[in-house]
Design a protein. Structure first.
Ligand code: NAD
Length: 555
C-alpha cells in the first residue's frame, strides 16, 4: 500500500491528480474510486489471501497461502487480434481498462532515479563504443524531459557530456530544474545553442589545461574545477520543429536520441506547428485529427534524426517506439536508427543483469545509505557499481520514499536481497525494504522494437518468456506480481511482467528472497541461452543453471 501511495506522491508522479505516474498515461489505478477500493482491500487483506487487480481495479480476493503473492496484477492486456490503440482507447473510454506502463501499474516506480543509472550506463556504453572511452566533452541531443526522459540531462552530465533536451512543456523542464536533474532552461534555439557552445568550449579548454596539470594537483586546480562544469539545458520547443532547424543550421550533435512519449500518438506525443495549449485542446476535441498530426510530426522528427545520423551523429532509439510510428507515417528507413538494447545492453542481459531497485519503507535516507554500504561491501570488485554508487550519493535527490537503483545480475541479486533481510532482522535497517526491478529487463519482456529487438534466433516476438517469468516468480513467492501489455513502446508492441518481493527480516522472507531473486534474473539467462547467445550459455554453465536441453551457440 505504501508503494502504491509512493507511486502517486506528488514528488514522484508526473500527474498524480489523474493517477498518472509516468510514461504518457501510465497509471497506478484506474480511477480514484478504484484507488480507494484497492487501499481498503489491502488494509483488510489477510496473510493467506491474494488480491486480484484487473487494469487498476480490484476485482476479487481469494484465500491462497502465506507464501503466495499478496497481490496479483494484470494491466492493459488485450487478445492478439484486438491488441491495438484504437481498441484500447475505446475500452479505456468505457472505463474497462487502463494503461499500466511498466512500473506505474505495478507499484514500483521510484521517480526519475529509476532510469538514471540505465541512461547513465547507456550513454557510457555509447562513449566506450564510439568515442574511445567516454562522452567527456561531447554534445548529446535528445527530446522529452518527462518522467523517464527527465533522467537524460543528469545521466549525460554525469558522463561529462554537454546536454540539450527539447521539451514542449515548460512545466516538465521546471520540474527537472527543481529536482536538480537539469541545469538550465532556454526559450529559444539561439539561446540554447549559445549555452551549449560556451559549455563545449569550456570543456575543451579545461581538457587542454588538465593535460598540462599534474594529476595530483588537478583536484584543486582551475582545470579540476572546470571539469565539473558540464551543463544540461532544457529547451522549450517541439522536436519536430527544433530538429529540422538544427539540421538546417548545420549543427551536428555527437550523440542523438529521443524520449518523447512517441509510443502513444494520442496521449503522449505532441504534434508540431502549434502551441501546446492548442494541441491539448485538439486532443480533447478531435482525437483523430490529433493522431494524424502527431504521426506526421513523428515522421518529420525521425527524418531530421536520420539526416543528423547521416552527418555523423551517433543516433539510437531509446525505447519509445518512435521508429515504428515514423515508419507507419511513411518514413521507410526509420529502422536505419539502431535500438539501444542490441547496441549497448544485450551482453548485460545475457547474465541476467538489469535495473534492480529497492526502497526503504521507513522513509529514512539512512536506511538507503546502509544498503549502499552493503552493496559495496558485498561486491568490491564491481567497478561499475562503485562508480555509480559514488555518483548517485552525490547527485541523486530522493523522490518520495528513499530508494536506490543499480544494475545487478544473477547470483548478486539473491545474495544482496538476503543480506538486506539480515540487516532488517538485526535492526540495522529500521523497517522492511521493498525489492523490485524495472521491466527493462533480461527475462521478463518480449518487445521486438526494444528488449528483444534483433534476437539472434529471430525469436523477438515470442511472448511466452514474460508469462513464464510471472508464473515462476508467483510460484517462488514474490510479494506482488504483474503481467502487462504495451509498456515502453505502446499497446500491442510488448508483453512484460513485474515482480516485487519484500525483505521484512523474517526467515520466511529470507526463503522467498532466495527463490525469487534467483528465478527472476535466471529467466534472463535462460531466455538468452535458449536464443543461442554464447555469453549466456557459458554463464549458465558457470552458474550451474539447470537447462534440460543444451542450447547451441549461434554467435
Ligand atoms: P512522459 O510522458 O512522462 O514524458 C514525455 C515527454 O515528452 C513529456 O514531457 C512531453 O511533454 C514531451 N513531448 C511529447 N511530445 C513532444 C514533442 N513533439 N517535442 C518535445 N517534447 C515532447 O514519458 P517518460 O516517462 O519520460 O517516457 C518517455 C518515453 O520513453 C515513453 O515512450 C516511454 O514509454 C519510453 N520509456 C523508455 C524507457 C527506457 O528504458 N528507455 C523506459 C520507460 C519508458
Amino acid at each position: 500500500m505504501r508503494m502504491l501511495m509512493n507511486n502517486l506522491d506528488p514528488d514522484v508522479a508526473e500527474n498524480p491528480d489523474q493517477l498518472i505516474v509516468y510514461g504518457g498515461t501510465g497509471r497506478a489505478a484506474r480511477s480514484w474510486d478504484a484507488f480507494d477500493a484497492i487501499v481498503r482491500s489491502l488494509r483488510e487483506l489477510k496473510n493467506d489471501e491474494s488480491l486480484l487487480i484487473q487494469s487498476g481495479k480490484p476485482v476479487g480476493k481469494f484465500r491462497t497461502h502465506d507464501e503466495a503473492p499478496r497481490v496479483l496484477i494484470a494491466n492493459s492486456n488485450l487478445v492478439g487480434q484486438w491488441n491495438n490503440y484504437a481498441e484500447f482507447n475505446r475500452l479505456e473510454r468505457l472505463g474497462l481498462t487502463m494503461y499500466g506502463q511498466m512500473t506505474a501499474g505495478s507499484w514500483i516506480y521510484i521517480g526519475s532515479q529509476g532510469i538514471v543509472q540505465g541512461t547513465f550506463e547507456t550513454f557510457a556504453a555509447a562513449g566506450r563504443k564510439h568515442f574511445g572511452g567516454s562522452l567527456e566533452g561531447k554534445f548529446v541531443l535528445s527530446g522529452g524531459l518527462g518522467g523517464m526522459g527527465g533522467a537524460q540531462p543528469l545521466a549525460a552530465t554525469m558522463n561529462g557530456a554537454v546536454f540539450l533536451g527539447v521539451e514542449v512543456d515548460p512545466v516538465r523542464i521546471e520540474k527537472r530544474l527543481k529536482s536538480g536533474y537539469c541545469d538550465k532552461i532556454a526559450h529559444s534555439l539561439d539561446e540554447a545553442l549559445k549555452l551549449i557552445d560556451a559549455a563545449l568550449k569550456d570543456r575543451q579548454r579545461s581538457r587542454r589545461e588538465s593535460s598540462d596539470v599534474d594529476g595530483q594537483a588537478r583536484e584543486g586546480s582551475r582545470a579540476g574545477r572546470r571539469a565539473n562544469q558540464s551543463i544540461s539545458v532544457g529547451l522549450v520547443g517541439n522536436c519536430a520543429d527544433v530538429l529540422p532547424e538544427i539540421v538546417k543550421r548545420g549543427v551536428v550533435p555527437d550523440v542523438l536520441t529521443d524520449q518523447t512519449s512517441a509510443h502513444d500518438a494520442l496521449n503522449g506525443y505532441v504534434p508540431h506547428g502549434m502551441q501546446l495549449e492548442d494541441a491539448l485542446a485538439l486532443r480533447r476535441k478531435n482525437p483523430d485529427e490529433y493522431i494524424e498530426r502527431a504521426m506526421q510530426s513523428m515522421a518529420v522528427h525521425v527524418e531530421a534524426m536520420l539526416a543528423l545520423q547521416k552527418k555523423g551523429a551517433v543516433t539510437f532509439d531509446y525505447g519509445n517506439n518512435i521508429r515504428a510510428q515514423a515508419q507507419k507515417a511513411g518514413v521507410k528507413n526509420a529502422f536505419d536508427i539502431p535500438g539501444f538494447v542490441p547496441e549497448y545492453i544485450r551482453p548485460l542481459f545475457c547474465e541476467g543483469r538489469g535495473p534492480f531497485r529497492w526502497v526503504a519503507l521507513s522513509g529514512e535516507p539512512d536506511d538507503i545509505a546502509r544498503t549502499d554500504k552493503l552493496a559495496l561491501e558485498l561486491f568490491p570488485e564491481n567497478q561499475t557499481l562503485a562508480r555509480w554508487m559514488k555518483l548517485a550519493k552525490e547527485r541523486i535527490h530522493f523522490q518520495g520514499l528513499p530508494a536506490r537503483i543499480c544494475w545487478l545480475g544473477y547470483g548478486e541479486r539473491a545474495e544482496f536481497g538476503v543480506a538486506m533481510n539480515e540487516l532488517v532482522k538485526r535492526g540495522q535497517i529500521k523497517a522492511p525494504i521493498v525489492i523490485g526491478r524495472d521491466h527493462l529487463d533480461a527475462g521478463s519482456v518480449a518487445s521486438p522494437n526494444r528488449e528483444t529487438e534483433g534476437m539472434i534466433d529471430g525469436s523477438d516476438a515470442i511472448a511466452d518468456w514474460p508469462l513464464l517469468n510471472a508464473l515462476v516468480n508467483t510460484a517462488a513467492g514474490a510479494s506482488w506480481i504483474s503481467i502487462h501489455n504495451g509498456g515502453g513502446v505502446g499497446i500491442g508492441y510488448s508483453q512484460h511482467a513485474g515482480m516485487v518481493v519484500v525483505a521484512d527480516g523474517t526467515d520466511d522472507s529470507k526463503r522467498r528472497l532466495e527463490r525469487v531473486l534467483t528465478s527472476d534474473p535466471g529467466m534472463g539467462v535462460l531466455r538468452h541461452a535458449d536464443a543461442g547467445y554464447s555469453r549466456a550459455i557459458d554463464f549458465a554453465a558457470k552458474q550451474k543453471i539447470d537447462i534440460p536441453m543444451l542450447p547451441k551457440p549461434r554467435d
